[in-house]
Ligand binder design. Structure first.
Ligand SMILES: Nc1ncnc2c1ncn2[C@@H]1O[C@H](COP(=O)(O)OP(=O)(O)O)[C@@H](O)[C@H]1O
Ligand SMILES: [Mg+2]
Length: 429
């Protein structure tokens, strides 16, 4: 379907759609479109095509997609001003953090700044700190990329490195997120960028969120913080960030709001992208270092035989797997087995530790990250099975390199890569 749009107007397209500029001149977030190059708009995303010379677009719209015209540009004047504020800083590198609520336009704002900076031949790195809506790198990870050419969607960038967190929200895992972002920022700096842009998650409401953002900005030491707000929702926490330059930025009025469902769908596109062409592999447990394993205690199997025997006696059965950690006892039982709650209590009293009880089969679908022996991130995968008897992991992943470290996430995926409930400890539901 062809559509002609006059100079000075903006064509706003809601995905799933693809748009090709066939003649004229138009840009998306400051990226000038090349003729005949196709721009894909994912479902749940909206892109503005600002027309500079009367343009003809060849559009193909998917289900529930839409295209409408609006007068003028949808890029707020404060975005243009922000770019000037950023480039007026004389430091090298310049580190900028973008803060704002979910769907306030943070990622689009970063995209706009990137495109403008590239125009001036600056070496730009973008660090994606949003776990729930990872644009760069797999979902549930933090990642960064150096940008070589203008982009319309950060999802098109290939990550240079990533740091796996394994959850869709920083809440409850803030230390790990701060560690991840600091580590990745350090790595970026060793590549001598002119500008480092840090995009963040949308968790800004309430005291916990504010404290987390204070901790984060304290560690990342930005030269400038951009605050994207619709009204004045960020003003209460703004005063706590005195040290560096703070710039208030408008959230575009034409923003595409997404509900939880749409955000989950966008994440699932991420799982598909990073788990496509997966193959099943079996990895012997004694070859691997297991990280982030809070439920199984895989590193410690049957160390103290006498202790194990005593515990089996109290349980009244021999479980498939048993591991005693400094603060807890991990027990895995067969799908159809049953343990008296009384007996679990006895074990807790005897060991003076919490018992984590997992049913075999429940590990299936757990999101994992894979690293090589130098602890370089290789990609993500899905745990298919832990074979406790023969002591190996069955995983499904497109990663073909040698895997030395497996990091366990908290998200579980079903066979269609849809998120399902997380792995549960039956003894502490
Ligand atoms: N200036 C704008 N004009 C039209 N659509 C926009 C604009 N800014 C953002 N959007 C769209 O609004 C949605 C939310 O913006 P996004 O940048 O992803 O927000 P955040 O990163 O804060 O969650 C996206 O689909 C984005 O493409
Ligand atoms: Mg975003």
């Amino acid at each position: 379907m062809n559509r002609t749009v006059e100079k000075g107007k903006t064509l706003i397209v809601d995905g799933p759609a693809s748009v090709t500029l066939t003649s004229g001149k138009a840009e998306v977030f400051g990226a000038l479109l090349r003729n005949a190059s196709r721009v894909v708009i994912r479902e749940g995303k909206r892109l503005p095509f600002a027309v500079e010379e009367t343009a003809v677009f060849d559009m193909s719209l998917g289900e529930n997609a839409a295209a409408e015209e609006s007068d003028g540009s949808t890029v707020p004047a404060s975005w243009v001003k922000s770019y000037e504020e950023l480039t007026s800083l004389q430091t090298k590198p310049i580190t900028a953090i973008v803060l704002g609520a979910v769907d306030s336009g943070k990622t689009s704002f970063c995209t706009y700044l990137i495109n403008r900076l590239l125009h001036e031949k600056r070496k730009v790195a973008i660090l994606d700190g949003d776990l729930g809506q990872s644009d760069i790198g797999p979902p549930c990870t933090l990642a960064y990329a150096f940008v070589a050419k203008p982009v319309t969607d950060l999802f098109d960038l290939k990550e240079k490195d990533a740091f796996f967190i394994g959850t869709t929200s920083p809440s409850g895992h803030t230390d790990k997120v701060v560690e991840g972002l600091t580590t990745l920022k350090k790595e970026i700096l060793s590549n001598e960028p002119d500008v480092v842009l840090i995009d963040t998650d949308g968790w800004v409401e309430g005291e916990d969120a504010a404290n987390y953002k204070i901790q984060l900005t304290g560690k990342l030491e930005p030269d400038i913080i951009f605050w994207i707000q619709q009204k004045d929702e960020l003003t209460p926490i703004l005063s706590a960030f005195g040290e560096c330059k703070n710039v208030l930025v408008d959230s575009p009025s034409t923003i595409g709001q997404r509900n939880r469902e749409k955000r989950r769908n966008l994440r699932e596109l991420g799982y598909v992208k990073y788990l496509r062409n997966s193959k099943v592999q079996s990895l012997p447990l004694n070859w691997l270092k297991i990280e982030g394993d809070e439920l199984f205690g895989l590193g410690k199997m049957h160390e103290n035989v006498r202790q194990a025997r005593k515990i089996y006696e109290l349980l009244g059965m021999k479980p498939l797997h048993f591991a005693e950690l400094p603060d807890r006892v991990c027990i895995v039982i067969g799908r159809r087995r049953w343990i008296e709650p009384e007996n679990i209590k006895k074990v807790e009293e005897f060991s003076k530790k919490r018992v984590m009880l997992i049913r075999k089969g429940n590990e299936e679908g757990l999101l994992i990250a894979l690293y090589n022996s130098k602890r370089q991130f290789l990609g993500i995968g899905v745990l298919q099975e832990i074979d406790f008897t023969r002591k190996y992991l069955k995983i499904s992943t497109p990663v073909a390199d040698d895997i030395a470290i497996v990091n366990m996430g908290k998200v579980k995926l079903d066979k269609n890569l849809k998120e399902v409930s997380v792995l549960t400890d039956e003894n502490h539901p």
